[in-house]
Design a protein around this ligand. Sequence first.
Ligand code: CTP
Length: 406
Amino acid sequence: MLAGKRILLIISGGIAAYKCLELIRRLRERGTAVRCILTKAGGQFVTPLAVSALSEDKVYGELFSLTDEAEMGHIQLSRDADLLVVAPATADLLARMATGRADDLASTALLATDKPVLVAPAMNVRMWEHAATKANMALLVERGVMTVGPNEGEMACGEYGLGRMAEAAEILTAIEAYFGTDAPLSGRRALVTSGPTVEAIDPVRYLANRSSGRQGHAIALALARLGAETTLVSGPTRLDDPPGVQVVAVESAEEMLAACQAALPVEVAVCAAAVSDWRVKTQSGQKLKKNGGAPPQIELAVNPDILASLSAAGNKRPRLVVGFAAETEKVVAHAKAKLKSKGCDWILANDVSPGTGIFGGADNLIHLIDGSGVEDWPRMTKQEVAERLARRIAGALDSISGSSGA
Ligand code: CTP
């Protein structure tokens, strides 16, 4: 399954660079074309000659090499591949990826690419655990960068801990997993809502909420990674569009509903948006003025319920409709009531009380409620919740198709 695939392998400067030689050899044995960028620091650990001999191709290193630019621009170099693999990914290169630097060929290729990226971090344990590296990794993962490792163990510097680069065999497994053996949702269509909705009061003011969109965006990415053709309908967020997902940007609940209806038919819909329950009944076309008098009376109207509408969409109803329940008290009891009132198949309940750090934060604590009971998930990152949910959706759709004979 790796035969015919093209990988751009970026080797940066760490002692683990030697493991890349083994990785290249194993990829070549499987018929994968491997083109390599060796950074200046990477060249201190492995020689261009070894990399070139094993990859059976020339090795790229300089951003402004006239012949390379004439034969193959750095942009094309990064786009000709099916996947970019960064191994070892040093703390420095990860920081440059996170900030979008383009000061050498490796970082430029990573910035210019429109292809997925897999990184194998390798560094000293203190560097790995530093808040700066953690923040850089969180940002990269949120943008859709895939990771393998690091592992725990003895390091070249003599310390012990997390930071050893994954072995060549593990990186190979991650590459194989990416290329399609693992696409249980391929051929399926998915719809995800995410973010807040923004309800205009007048041309400059609005009603909104603190939703970051992180959970919904991560779910869209996880579904797409498992092969689903995924549409993400999102209110305004600060997040990047997840790679491989069709994103429809909306503002109000009414726009969100229309965009969701336009995305049907789908087999699964996940409503993770924090939809404003109300909108301003009559928006002012002009900015409301103080005029020295009493504050304006703003009359609210009830917004459409997108989750309930999708659950009641007749012959267009997705086979599986999943909602969230953001609660601050009696989490499971309220969520069970919501499962009924909305008519959906599963509810993922989460406690968003102040102090949990969940609303707008990086982690989530989920109770999955369906017709048969409650499943308590341990606290995990929103990405992990998304991956677990996507796998559960794949399993459920398979069993629904199996039982309906489809
Ligand atoms: N939802 C929706 N459209 C709305 C309101 C909510 O699609 N107008 C969806 C959310 O995306 C979520 C679920 O309904 O999947 C529950 O949202 P939540 O905010 O927890 O509940 P509400 O329906 O708003 O009820 P309440 O505010 O009374 O808790």
